[in-house]
Design a protein around this ligand. Structure first.
Ligand code: COA
Length: 366
């Protein structure tokens, strides 16, 4: 195979005048081109600043990245996410191949990236690896959840299947065009009337001190209550430092983060929240949305969604769309999103592979 894989060395700044600075900027262009081809133009744009900050990692999750070259041309990029607090047996991977690389070359590049992921997981002593691919509503292989699938000939999936991975989940990626939502205030008013006993609170940026304990609980519940199929993920624990680091990261690199929460009037507790993140481009991304189990069934998910959209409209005039990812089996969340007007763009999959001793030692064959 004529693909060479090597670690991506990060520059100190996005405009660093060096070979590693040049390779980094090429990588940013590759990520942007790949996102555009997979997820739709302008839906998942990146900037050098957002990529550099993401690749630097956080205390709760280290990140390593590699580059794949054919001759001297950069053809692929991979990111390995290594949780440090829980799920420490896992390597979660993001593998990208430039959309211009097609046919056999595309397959070979994915094979090299998948193999490099397995090799690195083995070196780190991590025993479970997650991978991706292009999904479909119904495919040749159905996810173990029973919702969504994959076509056998998707090049990324071919490389995971060959190594014995199982298809754990399929996620739908959908988008809401804000211009199409002309009656937001009426709908928000109706949702507020349906949720007697609760009120909406909103803020931008860091969570105010009085809400931080509740927000830690809500983040912890996101890790246990959003569907994760048979993925070997452990419940997360959120200290105040973790919350602070997460928020610093999300509002760094010229991004803005908006939160809408619902407060239970009787107890004062925050029982649900929704977050939207936006940079200089017009696409806001849904981060989390949850309602605590004890408070479901009052339409609070819909209320949060609409309150978040109104907050975005009022604060970010250049926003024209919101994108979101939902597990295909998460019918409750999808129902809320569809009612607001989100439409499917595409699906992505999650493969899970438990590494055996042989694949760690031999590096496998293709
Ligand atoms: C998505 C979510 C916010 C919807 O909650 P909600 O706004 O309270 O839902 P609704 O008020 O529309 O509930 C309608 C019915 O579905 C039920 N329901 C809602 N979510 C449910 C869930 N996750 N599991 C089982 N039943 C659920 C409600 O209890 C209610 O039942 P009822 O009619 O018998 O009273 C909630 O399911 C949730 O927080 N899920 C976990 C977090 C998550 O998956 N987030 C998205 C990650 S991408």
């Amino acid at each position: 195979m004529s693909i060479r894989v090597e670690p991506l060395e990060l520059p100190l700044s996005t405009d660093e005048n060096s070979r590693r600075g040049d390779e980094f900027r090429k990588t940013v262009r590759l990520i942007d081109a790949s996102n555009s081809a997979l997820l739709g133009s302008g839906n998942q744009s990146v900037t050098p600043a957002t990529v550099l900050s993401a690749l630097q990692g956080q205390a709760s999750e280290r990140v390593e990245s590699i580059s794949a070259y054919r001759d001297e041309a950069l053809v692929g990029h991979a990111e390995f996410f290594l949780p440090t607090s829980e799920s420490t047996d896992i390597v979660d991977t993001l593998l990208l191949v430039h959309p211009d690389v097609q046919g056999r070359a595309r397959q070979e590049t994915f094979e090299a990236l998948v193999q490099a992921s397995l090799d690195r997981a083995g070196q780190l002593g991590r025993t479970t690896i997650f991978g991706g691919g292009v999904g479909v509503r119904e495919g040749d292989i159905t996810a173990t959840t029973g919702y969504g699938g994959v076509m056998r000939d998707d090049p990324e999936s071919v490389a995971w299947i060959r190594r014995g991975a199982s298809l754990s989940q399929v996620y739908r990626y959908s988008r809401l065009d804000l211009d199409s939502l002309t009656d937001i205030d009426t709908r928000l008013g109706q949702a507020e009337q349906r949720s007697d006993g609760y009120r909406v609170v909103t803020w931008e940026g860091e969570t105010p001190a009085s809400y931080r304990a509740d927000m830690r609980t809500l983040h912890e519940r996101m890790s246990t209550d959003s569907p994760t199929g048979d993925l070997e993920l452990e419940p997360e624990t959120w200290s105040d430092e973790r919350l602070a680091e997460f928020e610093r990261f999300k509002i760094g690199s010229e991004r803005r983060m908006f939160a809408a929460a619902v407060q239970h009037e009787e107890s004062g507790q925050l029982v649900g929240y929704s977050q939207l993140v936006i940079a200089g481009d017009p696409c806001a991304r849904q981060h989390n949305l949850i309602v605590l189990r004890e408070h479901r069934g009052h339409g609070l998910g819909q209320l949060l969604k609409l309150a978040g959209i109104a907050q975005l409209r009022d604060n970010v005039p250049h926003a024209d769309r919101i994108t979101t990812m939902n597990a295909e089996e998460n019918r409750h969340m999808i129902r809320v999103n569809e009612a607001v007007g989100f439409e499917v763009v595409t699906w992505t999959v999650v493969w899970q592979l438990r590494l055996d001793v042989e694949s760690q030692v031999s590096g496998g064959t293709t």
